[in-house]
Write a protein that binds this ligand. Sequence first.
Ligand code: ZN
Length: 400
Amino acid sequence: MKSIIILGDGMADEPIEALGGKTPMQYADTPYMDKLAALGVTGQMKTVADGFHPGSEVANMAVLGYDLPKVYEGRGVLEAASIGVTLQPGEMAMRCNLICVEGDILKNHSAGHISTDEADELIQFLNEKLGSDKVKFYTGVSYRHLLVIKGGDKRLDCTPPHDVPLHPFRPLMVKPEVPEAQETADLLNDLILKSQEILKDHPVNRKRMAAGKDPANSIWPWSPGYRPAMQTMQEMYGFNKGAVISAVDLIRGIGVYAGLEVISVEGATGLYDTNYEGKAHAALEALKTNDFVYLHVEASDEAGHEGDVDLKIKTIEYLDKRAIRIIYEELQTWDEPVAIAVLPDHPTPCSIRTHTNTPVPFLIYKPGQEPDAVTCFDEFSVLNGKYGVLEKDEFIKELL
Ligand SMILES: [Zn+2]
C-alpha cells in the first residue's frame, strides 16, 4: 500500500489555562484528523532518542526510522545536502550563521533575519577574503549558511547562537573536545574574528544600519559533522520511490540522504501564511508516481516559538482543513488504497516557546483496517490507543 506522512511541526503542546486546561490540539476544531483517528489506530512515539536535543532534524529523522546515535552528523551536513553540496570523505560541514554582534555581545543569531540576497553578497565576500583550498562558504537561506572545512576535526564544543542572545560571545567561541581538534578550533575562531573585521564596513551592512536594521557583522559556525552514513529509505524499507515536500532546508536535506525526491511548492514559506492547498495538491500529485510521500508543514512550530496560542490553534485548523481534508477526500476517489499517518515531530509548547522531548501523538489510517477505540486526535486521546509508546523504527515499520 502507498503511504503518506503528514507532519505538523511542533504541533503538540501542553494544557493551557486560557484554553480551559486544553492543549491547542484539543482545543482546535479538527474534524479530519479526528475522523482519521476514529477510522485508524493511534499511539505515542518517542521521537527524541536518549541523549539528543529535541531538534527538528533529530525528531524528523526518528520519524523516518533512522537510528540517531548511528547516523546523526549535525545540521550542517543536512543543510549542505539541501543546497546541493555533497560532502566528500575528509570534509567537515558546519551550519554557519550570519549573526549580529554589538561590542562583545552576541545581539542576535539571525542578523535581524537578513534577506538571502544581502546574505549571498556577504557570503561571496567572505569566500573572496577568507576562502582557501581548506575553507569554503556556501550561501543557504536568510541567516543560515554553510561552512565546509577540508580536514576539519568535528570533535568540537560549539554553541548554537539562538540559545545565547545577549551573552558575551568570546567565552562561547569554539572549544576543542580533544587535543587533536585544537587546530580546527583555532582555525574557526580565527575565521570568526576575521569575519568581524571585514564585515563591519561592508556596503550591505552600512546600508542595513542606515535603515535601522541589524548588520550581519560576524559569522558563527556550529553543529559540525561529516557525510552521514544514512541508508536510503528504499534500502531500509524496500519501496521503489519516495518524495518529500517541505519549505525547511533541514528537512529537505534529510530527504536527500533518505533517497527521496525533494519537491518544491510555490508559496511554501514555512510560516502560517504557507500555501497549504498547494502543498496538499503537490502531495497528491507525488503520490501518483511515488510509493511514499513525506509532507512536512512548519507553521505550528513557528507559532509555538512565538508563544502565540491563538495562532497555534489556527495553524492546526489550517493543517486540518486546508491540507488533510484535501488529501483525505481526494484519496477517497482513488482505486488504490493509500495509508495516511499524521503526527508532530516534537511538542513546541507555547508556554516555554521551545521544543521538548515528550513523546508525540500519532495516528495511522489504513483503508480496511480495524480501528482502535480512539475517536479524536490529540496528546491525551491517544493514550487509549492501540500502540502505547513506539520507539526507533517501530512507527515507520507499522506504517510501511
Ligand atoms: Zn520541529
